[in-house]
Ligand binder design. Sequence first.
Ligand SMILES: [Fe+2]
Length: 114
Amino acid sequence: MYGAGKLESRNVKEYETAARYARDCGCADLIDCLLEMAEVEWNHEFYFRSRVLDHALGRRLPLWLQPPPKETIRLTFAGERTTPSAQNQPPKQVRSAQSRRDEMFIAPREQDIS
Ligand SMILES: [Fe+2]
């Protein structure tokens, strides 16, 4: 539980960073999905943190840094300015968020592989 919670905490930051990369390289259609994944990882971190704190031994351990409230994931992102290079990027072909989500999280069918 302890290791999983610490790992999930890092995952939140990694998805936030990925969303910034997506924004900065003109892949705006990926941003919402990546921020959603950051929020999912935030939930996971919260769960594992609470499990560690429920345990008598866990309460005696120094915990990893607690992430800021989940609402700040999107608020912080929205408040940031884009990099100058991102502002000069031509818009990429936009696909629906559902389409991009399917590509990222649904395993390919066997007939698609062969
Ligand atoms: Fe997770």
